[in-house]
Every structure is written in structure tokens, then in C-alpha cells.
Design a protein around this ligand. Sequence first.
Ligand SMILES: Nc1ncnc2c1ncn2[C@@H]1O[C@H](COP(=O)(O)OP(=O)(O)O)[C@@H](O)[C@H]1O
Ligand SMILES: [Mg+2]
Length: 213
Amino acid sequence: MSILSLNNISFAYDSTPVLKDLSMEFEKGKIYCIMGRSGAGKTTLLSILSGLANPKEGSIYYEGKDIKKLNKYTFRSKYIGVIFQSFNLITKYTALENVVLSMDIAGVKGIKKKDKALELLKNVGLNEEEANRRVLKLSGGQQQRVAIARALSYDPAIILADEPTGNLDGDTQKEIMEIFRRLAEEGKCVILVSHSPAVAALCDERYELKKIR
Ligand SMILES: Nc1ncnc2c1ncn2[C@@H]1O[C@H](COP(=O)(O)OP(=O)(O)O)[C@@H](O)[C@H]1O
Ligand SMILES: [Mg+2]
């Protein structure tokens, strides 16, 4: 069964239609690539998938339940981990502090948060010295890794990432894709937005968004 499904979704900003009658299915254990030209509505679609924006028409189901009937806050802060295009990290904080803060916000309890955060950062390739460095002093690729560790901080079932390899060199892009592959193998559902054919080729399924205007 799909963990997430979109059924006949339409969305508009005021009178500007962006998505029309869109249906998609997402399963655990797979990496999906959402492709499309600039302005096609990819970021808008991620906002809808993450519960940040509401579709004008249609429904979204999480494990068969309409998310309108779920607590929006729980959905966003427990089931879905989002990696934004601009990372949205607090740059004056260390990598470690960013991950721990995210656990605090999600209400993670009963574990040693700092140890867990260090482990998550290590799993995405950052050592303890880097984990304790301010984000401002990390490279773009390292910041991307922090953003991934943060999205994983409360162990969500679904990971959404907007152009996660957009500004990275080829080798770093490959390493980041290997992290997503590992997460899929661990059973997570990974949904990426990318217009890179190289990234799309490393995903299991591809959806193409077309401009509707
Ligand atoms: N907050 C907004 N208000 C009005 N129009 C928007 C807003 N955000 C995006 N748009 C418009 O919606 C369309 C889709 O944008 P977006 O989802 O960002 O596309 P993509 O990520 O595929 O480049 C574009 O025409 C964009 O100008
Ligand atoms: Mg975008």
C-alpha cells in the first residue's frame, strides 16, 4: 500500500492555477523524483505534500487516512521531514545545535538527544569537529548534510527534499544520493525535486510536472 497518495489535486495562488488534477502514489523503500521546468509547480507540490499548503481540490492520504482528518501539526512534525532548497538552517548555531533544536521542536523525548544528533550527523558524513562547527563555517555540501540529518532528527517515514543536489559538484551530488539510497533501503519514502537527469536516473520512479498555463 502507498504511504502517501495524492488524489486529483488542484492548486492555485489566488487566480493563478499551478497544479491541475494531479494524482500520484508514493511507497516506502523507494526514491521518487519530481521533475519539470522552472515554474512548473514542483516546490508548490512539496508544500502540499508536507501539509504546509492546502490543495483547493482533491485529497492527500497518509497510510490510507485523509490528512484533513489528521492533526496537521503531528503530520508535519512527526511523519514528514523536509529539506528545503535554501536549507533553512540557523547559521550561527552549530550543526549539532540545529539537529537538537529540531528534536526539541518535534517533542522528541526519552533519548540522549545530543548523542543521537551526533550519530545522525556521522551517518551523513560529518565528524564530531564538524558537528560542533557553526553552520556558517561549513561548505555547501556539508550544510546539505546537516539539513538531511535535521530532517531525520525525529525519524519521519517520509523525506521530502527540494533540489537537494542543486548547488553541489558531481561527486558530492553522488554522495548525497547515496545517503538517500540508504534511507530508502532502511524503508523510508524519499521524494526529491530535481531537474537533473543524472539525479533522476538514480531514483526508482519519476513524475514529470507540466506547466498548465
Ligand atoms: N507564494 C506565491 N504566490 C503566488 N505565486 C506563486 C507563489 N509561489 C510560487 N508561485 C508561482 O507558482 C508557479 C509555480 O512555482 P513553484 O512551485 O515555485 O515552481 P518550481 O518549483 O517548479 O520552479 C510559478 O509560476 C510561480 O511564480
Ligand atoms: Mg522550486
